[in-house]
Design a protein around this ligand. Sequence first.
Ligand code: C5P
Length: 222
Amino acid sequence: MDKFNIAIDGPAGAGKSTIARLVANALGFVYVDTGAMYRAVTWSVLRSGLSPDQESEVIALTERLDIRLAPGDQGQQVFVDDQEVTSDIRSAEVTGNVSRIAQIAEVRRILTDKQKRLAADKGVVMDGRDIGSHVLPDAELKVFLTASVRIRAERRFKEIQDQRSEVTLEQLEHEIATRDRMDEQRETSPLVQAADAILLDTTNMTIPQVVEHILGLCRSKV
Ligand code: C5P
């Protein structure tokens, strides 16, 4: 199959990263998790003792950071200035602040430029919130993945029980709904389904079913 780009967008916990990674593996494409980039900036901001409200300092820091994504055994590994932060960027503190950082237009511009460069040679499966609508408007296939808030919270609950054993399902549901609202309501490239994206509600689908469905779309589209 010739190389082309696939954009996978959707709200928090819709299974985008798992599915994008499996689709990329099946096609021999490169997987790019753009949420990990916003998380890496947020992790660096917090570690530097900055508050997300110190916008000019956050922008200057973002410009200096070397964020690198590399394929690993357990999914994608994330490095900031050569320090591995793969699991640190999934902490509750980073998750609670990332949508605030993602509202800063200049941070988005810096990361979007990087994302466009990563996809320039095609053969990329990129997941995020604004990939089909803004980062890769010419992607050959765009999928908007969604599921009910309850089911997304249940999936996330199972996933993170080891790291955050104190968290309840209700708290997770609230966190996810708050993050969705901030992502949908921000001024710069909000979370939105691109006009030419295919909507896939995965509430009643298993991961292999979703992956197979997207691979079928690849076969029929390209
Ligand atoms: O995908 P993930 O849930 O890890 O993304 C974390 C946060 O990063 C999102 O809630 C959103 O605020 C931000 N993000 C974004 N645009 C993207 C990817 C992620 O604003 N393309």
